[in-house]
Ligand binder design. Structure first.
Ligand SMILES: C[S@@+](CC[C@H](N)C(=O)[O-])C[C@H]1O[C@@H](n2cnc3c(N)ncnc32)[C@H](O)[C@@H]1O
Ligand SMILES: [Zn+2]
Length: 394
């Protein structure tokens, strides 16, 4: 590590250090050399929202929190939780890499947080298994890995409170989740992805479904509180509640999504114990079937509102913009319509989103924007009405 430079960064309310590659290895057009300790400034928004969401969880439950971050990198996320959230009693962070462990430890010491944050250097699953005893459970577990969180799901659930626990998951393996590598998605998430204009929402629903099925084995139900898709990753926050009845209700929210690539028709079909036929009820064409995936709501209005309030208190414009759009769409139907893609297919110029939305609203349909895509809308209007509104808005 002697070739690497110590660099000081600032994020949220925290100064911290990490190692950066030697200057002679950096240069225009050269691939970024791998840093020995992971810190990705592009994930700042992910961590900002995490701070506001965990704060919202503390505020809404009224309980002091014990938090676990088993894949911590340089420790920035855990340290931000300690310094930016009131009512946090204890944080445990861990990383398999000895370099990351050393950097995280020094960052904790730099802020005199040794009394609040413990740092470990183990494999995450081993570390979680060692902490799975009753009475030691965490209120929040944040899994923020390279790629998919699925290999850590089971052990994360073993250390999380069975009631009012908060499971935070990041997934960056968008190629499987968005249907570019269909088989990899089926292997990892147990669901078939759909390579459609709304693939990022399907990705969120596949991740939630996979987590729900892992939790169901322990008779734990999961309810999505907040979900977002940003840049190259998706993120979801899920609340636990225990018992067979709650768990049955959450499993009943899993099902399939049928999509017609010929006419844009899509429909959720809750219930995984069903058989589906392959014709579109609208145009009679062959349909695609995605899932099993989560068919229920992926946002909780109350939780998103509280998280947004927290972002507003910090004056954090980027988070406010994202969370405001999520709040707006929180009660909208599943899937969205990308006007650019639809107009491309119809050989029409793409009208302003607002104009199309107004026309649908005037006809009494529910219609909102979506954070998943800029030029897309969510609505309960049938595709025929959306096409009519697009034509009228030209
Ligand atoms: C994406 S980075 C974590 C970033 C961090 N959560 C943040 O917000 O800055 C993933 C980290 O997981 C660590 N890691 C990978 N496999 C692991 C394992 N099996 N057990 C523990 N840590 C692991 C890597 O060393 C890396 O530091
Ligand atoms: Zn069709």
């Amino acid at each position: 590590m002697e070739n690497y430079r110590i660099t000081i960064h600032h994020e949220g309310k925290v100064d911290f250090y990490t190692y950066s590659p030697p200057i002679e290895k950096l240069g225009a057009g050269r691939p970024l050399p791998k840093a020995p300790v992971f810190y990705n400034p592009a994930m700042k928004l992910n961590r900002d929202i995490a701070v506001y969401a965990v704060r919202a969880h503390q505020q809404l439950t009224g309980r002091n929190l014990k938090i676990c971050e088993p894949l911590t990198g340089c420790g920035i996320r855990g340290i931000r939780f300690a310094l930016e959230i009131e009512g946090v009693d204890e944080i445990v962070i861990n990383d398999l890499s000895p370099d990351a462990f050393n950097v995280a430890k020094r960052n904790v010491e730099m802020h005199n947080l040794q009394g609040k944050i413990q740092v470990f250097n183990k494999d995450a699953n081993l570390f979680l298994a060692e902490n799975a005893a009753y009475g030691k459970r965490f209120d929040v577990v944040d899994i923020d890995p390279f790629g998919s969180p699925v290999t850590f799901l089971d052990s994360a659930l073993s250390v999380l409170r069975k009631n009012e626990g908060l499971l935070c998951l990041t997934a960056t393996d968008m190629a499987p989740l968005c249907g570019v590598h269909r088989d990899a998605c089926l292997r990892k998430y147990g669901g078939v992805p759909l390579r459609t204009m709304y693939c990022h929402e399907v990705a969120v629903r596949l991740l939630i479904s996979c987590a729900v099925l892992s939790a169901a084995k322990r008779e734990i139900a999961l309810t999505p509180l907040l979900s977002h898709s940003t840049d190259h990753y998706i993120r979801t926050y899920l609340k636990t509640s225990s018992g067979a009845e709650n768990t049955n209700e959450s499993v009943e929210q899993l099902g399939y999504l049928i999509h017609c690539p010929h006419c844009h028709f899509r429909q959720l079909k809750p219930g995984i114990a069903r058989t589906l036929t392959g014709k579109c009820p609208l145009c009679g064409g062959d349909i695609l079937i995605g899932g099993p995936l989560w068919c229920g709501k992926i946002q909780s209005r109350e939780f998103v509102s509280q998280t947004l309030e927290n972002a507003k208190k910090e004056g954090d414009k980027k988070s406010i913009k994202l969370l405001s759009t999520i709040l707006e769409e929180s009660d909208s139907p599943a899937t969205y319509y990308d006007l650019h893609l639809i107009c491309d297919q119809l050989n029409l110029p793409c009208p302003k989103l607002d104009k199309v939305m107004i026309r649908l609203k005037e006809r009494g349909y529910l219609v909102t924007r979506t954070h998943f895509k800029n030029n897309a809308l969510k609505t309960n209007a049938p595709i025929s009405e959306i096409l009519r509104a697009i034509r009228e808005a030209q």
